[in-house]
Design a protein around this ligand. Structure first.
Ligand code: ZN
Length: 204
C-alpha cells in the first residue's frame, strides 16, 4: 500500500509518483484512490488524460470497475502546464499515449511544488517499454508497479497480450482484445501465434 508523504508546504517542493502495469492491473483505480484521498485532505486536484483516450467517456477518467473522476482531455502534454495552476496535485491517466515532452512537463510541475501522480501502461502489447513511461519511471521519486491476474494460470500477470494480430500500437481495448498474462503464458501465446503464422504460409 502506498502511503503519501506529509505535505510540507513551507518546503515548496513537489514530487512525481508513477503507477504502472499491464492492462487490467488496477492502475486507474489506484490513481483514483490517491486523488480521492488528496481531495479529502482538501487539496486542489486537477486530472488530465490524452485526448486520444475516448474509451467510455469524453470528460471523465473511468476505471474498469466504473470509478469516475472528472478529467480534462488535452492534445499535447505542454497544455497541462497551462491548465495546472494553483493546484496541489496533478493526476495524469493513460500517460503512455502522451508525447515524450510529458517527462519534462511532470518534472517542471514537481519542481514548482506540485505532487504529480502519473498512471500508464509500462509495456505495449509486444512487451516493449511504452512511450514516456520508462523515462518517467526513471525520474520519479516513487514507482508503484501493479499487477493483473494471468487469465490462463492465475499467477501475477505483467504482460498485456493482444488476442488479435492487429499491429497498430494505439488500440484501445477491452477484454475481447487483450488479456493479461504472466511471463511463461505470454511466451507460450507468442509461440502459438508464430506457429499459426507459419501454418498460414504453408497453406498458401
Ligand atoms: Zn500464466
Amino acid at each position: 500500500m502506498f502511503l503519501e508523504n506529509d505535505r510540507n508546504l513551507n518546503q515548496g517542493r513537489g514530487w512525481i509518483e508513477v503507477i504502472c502495469g499491464s492492462m487490467f492491473s488496477g492502475k486507474t483505480e489506484e490513481l483514483i484512490r490517491r486523488l480521492t484521498r488528496a481531495r479529502i485532505a482538501r487539496q486542489k486536484v486537477e486530472i488530465f488524460k490524452p485526448a486520444i483516450d475516448t474509451r467510455f467517456d469524453e470528460q471523465n477518467v473511468v476505471s474498469h470497475n466504473e470509478n469516475v473522476i472528472q478529467s480534462s482531455p488535452v492534445q499535447h502534454s505542454s497544455q497541462i502546464l497551462l491548465y495546472a495552476h494553483q493546484v496541489d496535485v496533478v493526476g495524469i491517466d493513460e500517460a503512455q499515449f502522451f508525447d515524450d515532452q510529458l517527462v519534462s512537463v511532470c518534472n517542471k510541475l514537481a519542481t514548482s511544488g506540485i505532487r504529480v501522480i502519473v498512471a500508464g501502461l509500462d509495456m505495449d502489447f509486444s512487451g516493449k517499454p511504452f512511450g514516456p513511461i520508462p523515462a518517467l519511471m526513471a525520474t520519479a521519486e516513487y514507482v508503484t508497479k501493479v499487477h493483473a491476474i494471468c487469465m490462463r494460470c492465475g499467477n501475477l500477470a505483467h504482460y498485456s497480450h493482444r488476442k488479435t494480430d492487429e499491429k497498430k500500437l494505439v488500440m484501445l481495448g477491452e477484454t475481447d482484445t487483450y488479456e493479461p498474462l504472466c511471463r511463461s503464458c505470454y511466451l507460450k501465446a507468442q509461440n502459438e501465434t508464430t506457429k499459426m503464422q507459419h501454418t498460414d504460409k504453408e497453406a498458401l
